[in-house]
Design a protein around this ligand. Sequence first.
Ligand SMILES: [Zn+2]
Length: 594
Amino acid sequence: MTAITPVGPNAEGVRWDLSAICADVPSAHALLDESILASEAFDAAYRGRVATLDAAGLAEALAELSRISNALHRVGSYVGLRRSVDVNDDEARDLETVVDQGMVRAQNALRFFDLEWIALDDAIALPLIDAPEVAADRHHLMSERRFRPHVLPDDQERMLAEREPVVSAWQSLFAQTVSNIRAPFDDGTGEAEKTVDELLSYVHTPKRDVRIAALETLYVALEPHGDVLASCYDSIVADRLTMDRLRNYDAPMSARHLSNELEPAWVDAMMEAIEARYGMAQRWFRRKAELMGVDRLHLADQYAPLGEGRSMPYEEARVIVDDAFGRFSPELTRVTRSVFDEQRVDAEPRQGKRGGAFCASVAQDAQPFIMLNHTDTLRDLMTVAHELGHGMHFALSSERQSALSMHAPLALCEVPSTFAELIVFERMLETEPDAATRTALIRQELESGFATVFRQTMMARYEQDAYGARMSGQALTKDRLAEFWFARNQSYYGDSMELPDGYRRGWSYIPHFINTRFYTYAYAFAHLASLTLYALYREQGEAFVGPYLDFLATGGSSSPGAQLGAFGIDLADPATWSKGLDEMERMLVLALEG
Ligand SMILES: [Zn+2]
């Protein structure tokens, strides 16, 4: 057990020490300048020459790219992390301006390399990929080339890049419109102006009338912006469909599948398997209505707390995750203790700090950092577990992979974080003496599974509807989007949930639709994959641990299909998904008993 320094309530005083990333602002400037020079030297040395490189030359170029990438990531992380804990940090804000400009310069100098690599004929590229000199980056080299059939000639690519600002203007308009929405709301402590996020956060409040009123206020506040938000989406979808046509993608999801390294048929089968089990969520919502003493659940009750778990001070959360991870493998505690011991966590909520939580990988030659806003709740315990799960992935993959190969494909990014939550969850079920706390945890974990696996799938279906309509020449008006949204929600919730009429605007503020199409299904994929892995761990016990640590260390050096295949999970088999869904059923049974 690691020594615990007592801290006050709400993780008071737990702040990180960023000096391991950059000693101070002047040294961040120096590192940035050095990286820009190195990028420009790389440009001078290699531009136009990628086709002439032999295996040793390619390995040398990749090593230099890794070195530059590490330095740039260090500087970018240093400024990003400083900004995240203090929006009023002027020194960091000034540095950020310089870093942003420097990053663009460096990227402009480096971009040619990937493009020249992708443009190489197979006859030249394939033997290079198999050369032992570049074995460490084999998958990276190969997977970059999967976009080859969709890259246009150089002059056309340049023209397309020139129109990017117009596309991002729609995204900015969307973001500005949503973030400027304010509505007066009284949560019982007096009326105040609330943002969209603030109104949404009331879904966790115990007071039912406040929850329902907060959602109603949100819908009324969204209403006048419906046309603008629909126009933003319509323009972006139209542009994406045009790009798909120019780039030879045969369906709206194809580009996403390709970048996720997943076969369309696998994802189709997964979504169908998930939809076939929507009834699980409906059973829980009916039971929750019973427990709340209402006839039918209102949408605002979906995440409402039922009963109270005990509080979870920061030090205790540390002890619990340490114990739970240690039982899985001492290797995990080695990694997570170093996060605490080296002051790589900032857990104390305070004025000027960003909300939420995240884990930053920083760089392959550095260690991950974790930002939390710990308020001593049970939910915070699972957040500590979640972010440490990302941390162990980054730490172990950076030990074994290069800077270019350490980052796992998007579809797998949330697997270690969800798995870490499951480790802590199961341990709590075994050891937590307070029955009310165990019950609260089960419900929380179940509802978060529904929100990720079911709701994200439902949202991916909504996106399919929108792209399908736009392809057949229908403009995406606010009423049409409302129809698609409501219908998909009804098929998920069935008659187990009362959906207020204002919820027809529920599509309008969700940023993923605007920023990354079909990102949604990757969440469902990762959560189900983690549940499947956990079921295997329960079956196999100790034998599972070694392969799981290998999986964490694999990072981005192999595809999702191969990484999960190592556990015997066959993504091509539609029956694969039932294991993870059965895990949810197991949690549901526990929750129904509670
Ligand atoms: Zn995460």
